[in-house]
Structure formats: structure tokens, C-alpha cells
Design a protein around this ligand. Structure first.
Ligand SMILES: NCc1[nH]cc(CCC(=O)O)c1CC(=O)O
Length: 322
């Protein structure tokens, strides 16, 4: 148990432009509170494997393991992640200290030739990096040729510009954080393309024993985001949180009933043979356990409606890439 705060806080981060923006953002927020903060940039296995679909090689865990090792070895005190990339179940000894306010949770349509998804000609080639987007795109436009697209955001845009695709679909938050919002032609609504659990939010991971640090980080917490994303992540966790689950889960606070969280989820059959399953539930939520209960109910609705869950394998602990 560490009840004293280190005089300098070190943030472990991946070295992609997006990860560095996010770590820098948290560094600035902590500095504004009077803390001394440095960054430790690390290269993860997920960053090194660029030629295969992530859902095939092990998914999410790949982006966080090296950062967790740095925490365990006391080389860093906190790790800043895109919440979407954080496994549903953290390893023993690690915990999410807080979830700050969410940015844009939606997906974006990016193209040099077309303004909207509807404008694409039949059969046009569209690139995207997650099973969720593939399945939801197929639902919107069954005629399109959807191809996997990997790499960091700059790489994906380069592949679009080189003419490999007529359009690509990626997270609006990533583009906005890199100052690339001008590339967005159209933003999907949640009705058109339901976001992934945690999309647009950050998660700050620490060692469970660091009680003073956890207390300090509560200053960055945004309870409405934390509760909403806890519900979303619980849907995924209850479906096994495993590799290659084409799952969307998105929660918003009700405008009519203050304190009620509306959680929607969708599951699609990757082979395209089964219709898209879409479910929702709305409940008063004030605490994390209530949010997780709502998520569990929505997960059960998906299962009852025929969603398939694949068991986790050795190669793919928690490996969803969404
Ligand atoms: N999986 C990669 C990843 N992780 C977080 C973001 C963007 C920020 C976010 O979605 O919160 C992205 C890029 C993308 O999905 O297009």
C-alpha cells in the first residue's frame, strides 16, 4: 500500500501520435493541479504487428501489457489508454483509477471523393479496422466491399489517399485529437453506427495498491462518463470480452428522466447470415455496480436474441479490437 504520492508522476504511454496526445492531455491536467509530471513512451507488441488483423493476433491486451509492466517495475506510476483498447478485465493488481470526461464517441466517414456513405457507388471499397464497423457498415450498405484497414490513424489516411479505398471509417475522436477533423466528411449517428464500448473516452490505469495516487486522480474523474462507460464495458465483459466479437455498446444519459442511463447494444454475425441484433434498456444509475448491472441485463438480452459468444483462447486474452 503506497500512501504517499511520488514527487514526480510518470505517465506510461504508447508512442503513436494519438497515444502521445492523450498522455500529454492528462499530463497538462495534472500539471494544472500543481503536480510535476513526465512521460515515458513505450513500444507495445500491438504497435509492432501491423500486417495482420488484430482480432487474429490477440487484440486489446497487446496494447496495454508493456505499459502495465512499466507500472509493476515502478518505471511509471500511471498509464493513459484509449478506454476502448483496455481489456474488460484487468490483470490482478491493476485498476482503472478514473475515467475522465468523454470526447466524441461517434465514428466518422472519411473520403476524398464522396461526402456521405449514401453517395458511394454500388460495390465501392471501404476500409475499416474493426469487426463492429464491418458488420454495421454491411448492415447499412450490403452492396459495399468492406476491407480490413490497419495501422495508426496517419497510416489509414495515407492508404485512403493512395487510392486503396473509396472511403474509410474510423473513430471521430482520434481524428479530432490529431487536429484532422477537416478530413471528416460525415459523422455517423449512434442510430446509424452504434459506437464501441468506451469509444471516445480515456482510462487511467494504476496499481491497485497506489491509494494516494488513486485519490489524487479522482480530480480528473467525470462520474457521468465513468458510469456510462462502466455499463458499456459490462456488456462486453458479460459476452466474454473475447476476440472477434462484433459488438457495439453505447450509453447516454436520458434527457427526459434525469439520472437514467439509456444503454444500447448491437451484435452482428460476421458471416452476414444472421440479422443484426439490437437491444436496449434504461434504468436509474448512480453507482458503478448499478451501471454494471444494466450492462449485464443488456448482454443477457443479446444472448437471448441469439448473439454468439466465442470462448476466450490462449492467443486472444480479452482481444477485442473495436
Ligand atoms: N483501436 C484503435 C483506436 N483506439 C482508440 C481510437 C480512437 C479514440 C477512441 O475511439 O476513443 C482508435 C482509432 C480508431 O478506432 O479509429
Amino acid at each position: 500500500m503506497s500512501t504517499t504520492l511520488p514527487s514526480t508522476l510518470t505517465i506510461a504511454t504508447r508512442k503513436s501520435r494519438l497515444a502521445l496526445w492523450q498522455a500529454d492531455h492528462i499530463q497538462q491536467r495534472l500539471q494544472a493541479l500543481g503536480h510535476t509530471v513526465t512521460l515515458l513512451g513505450l513500444s507495445t507488441v500491438g504497435d509492432q504487428i501491423l500486417d495482420r488483423s488484430l482480432s487474429k493476433v490477440g487484440g486489446k491486451g497487446l496494447f496495454v501489457k508493456e505499459l502495465e509492466s512499466a507500472l509493476a517495475d515502478s518505471k511509471a506510476h500511471l498509464a493513459v489508454h484509449s478506454l476502448k483498447d483496455v481489456p474488460m478485465q484487468l490483470p490482478e493488481g491493476f485498476v482503472l483509477a478514473c475515467v475522465p470526461e468523454r470526447g466524441n464517441p461517434h465514428d466518422a466517414f472519411v473520403s476524398n471523393d464522396y461526402l456521405r456513405l449514401e453517395d458511394l457507388p454500388p460495390g465501392a471499397v471501404v476500409g475499416t479496422s474493426s469487426l463492429r464497423r464491418q458488420v454495421l457498415l454491411h448492415h447499412l450498405r450490403p452492396d459495399l466491399t468492406i476491407k480490413p484497414l490497419r495501422g495508426n490513424i496517419d497510416t489509414r489516411l495515407r492508404k485512403l489517399d493512395e487510392g486503396e479505398f473509396s472511403a474509410i471509417v474510423l473513430a471521430a475522436a482520434g481524428l479530432e485529437r490529431l487536429g484532422l477533423q477537416a478530413r471528416i466528411r460525415m459523422q455517423f449517428t449512434a442510430e446509424q453506427m452504434l459506437p464501441a464500448a468506451g469509444q471516445g473516452a480515456l482510462g487511467i490505469e494504476v496499481q491497485t495498491q497506489e491509494s494516494a495516487l488513486i485519490a489524487t486522480l479522482q480530480a480528473l474523474a467525470h462520474p457521468p462518463t465513468w458510469l456510462a462507460t462502466a455499463a458499456e464495458r459490462a456488456v462486453s465483459r458479460n459476452l466474454g470480452g473475447s476476440c472477434s466479437v462484433p459488438l457495439a455498446a453505447h450509453a447516454v444519459w436520458s434527457a427526459e428522466a434525469p439520472g437514467e442511463l439509456l444503454l444500447r447494444a448491437a451484435w452482428g454475425d460476421p458471416s452476414g447470415q444472421q440479422a443484426l441484433i439490437q437491444v436496449s434498456a434504461c434504468k436509474a444509475v448512480a453507482q458503478i455496480d448499478q451501471a454494471e448491472q444494466l450492462g449485464a441485463e443488456v448482454a443477457q438480452q443479446l444472448l437471448d436474441a441469439g448473439a454468439h459468444v466465442q470462448p476466450e483462447t490462449e492467443q486472444s486474452p480479452n482481444g477485442i479490437h473495436q
